[in-house]
Design a protein around this ligand. Structure first.
Ligand code: SF4
Ligand code: SF4
Ligand code: SF4
Length: 261
């Protein structure tokens, strides 16, 4: 099970958003009210209640044609995970199944993981002061079920299975796409961040799907991790005190405002 991944073949995605709905349904995430921002991508960004979005990108194609680029996007479950290195509370951990998850009890809501993630997939919940993101449906994995998004995809764009099999299948598909003229086709996530548990067959360059071409752990996150990991307990207390003090001051200001009204 530790070697299982999802292969997302974007050349098979028709943008039905079945995966998006399945993610919301399985994880009991409420819908969000959004407004049209000039793109079919909806919701337009990740949040504590939106862990999966389907990219709908329009690019100029041949003969004045518009080419659509669609892909299911979300946490990549990186081997070299910036979020884990950034978290001062040790709340982000790798499970036995290889998923990267956030312990909601340990999270202190500092948002360091949100800024460190090169894919910007972590959302902050203002009500609970916790961060949340895709769990790779860890609760389903441990029960022997595939992630809800993979289960729901009607075109087979998302496949769950053994890493070696899916890497071979993905490499074959990339070869087919290249032979068909898609010279920029690539297997994304094979080498990026030492390998990711969400891997993509892209028919064109990653940026066209809204993915970074060369995702990296920010240098400041690596330095932070190297210096502060041995001092973790001290850092947790200092950051938690800073957050508590900020919130107390905000409350005092609000109370003072109310009593002056
Ligand atoms: S995609 Fe972002 S949140 Fe997910 S494991 Fe990688 S760094 Fe962490
Ligand atoms: S693996 Fe589960 S939590 Fe992650 S995007 Fe798919 S359905 Fe959502
Ligand atoms: S369910 Fe499959 S085909 Fe539909 S949007 Fe998601 S990945 Fe694409």
């Amino acid at each position: 099970m530790a070697q299982s991944i999802c292969l997302i073949d974007t050349s098979k995605c028709m943008g039905c958003r079945g995966c998006q709905a399945a993610c919301k349904q399985w994880n009991q995430l409420p819908a969000e009210k959004t407004t049209f921002e000039g793109s079919y991508e909806n919701p337009p960004r990740f949040s504590a209640d939106t862990w999966l979005r389907v990219a709908f990108r329009e690019h100029a194609g041949n003969n004045s044609r518009v080419d659509w680029y669609m892909a299911k996007l979300g946490c990549m479950h990186c081997t070299d995970a910036a979020c884990m290195q950034a978290c001062p509370a040790g709340a982000i951990y790798r499970s036995d199944e290889g998923t990267v998850n956030i312990d909601q009890v340990k999270c202190i809501g500092c948002n360091y993981c949100v800024t460190a993630c090169p894919f910007q997939v972590i959302g902050f919940d203002r009500l609970t002061s916790k961060t949340r993101k895709c769990t790779f449906c860890h609760d389903r994995l441990v029960s022997g079920m595939p992630p809800a998004c993979a289960q729901s995809c009607p075109t087979g764009s998302i496949t769950f299975g053994d890493r070696r099999d899916l890497v071979a299948r993905g490499a074959n598909r990339v070869d087919q796409l290249k032979a068909a003229g898609k010279t920029n086709a690539t297997l994304y996530g094979l080498n990026e961040l030492d390998g990711t548990k969400m891997m993509y067959v892209l028919a064109d360059s990653p940026e066209k799907y809204g993915l970074p071409a060369d995702p990296q752990v920010p240098v400041q996150t690596r330095i932070w991790n190297a210096i502060f990991t041995p001092l973790r307990l001290l850092v947790i207390v200092a950051v938690a005190f800073g957050l508590w003090s900020n919130r107390s001051q905000t409350k005092e200001i609000e109370q003072a405002k109310r009593s002056n009204e």
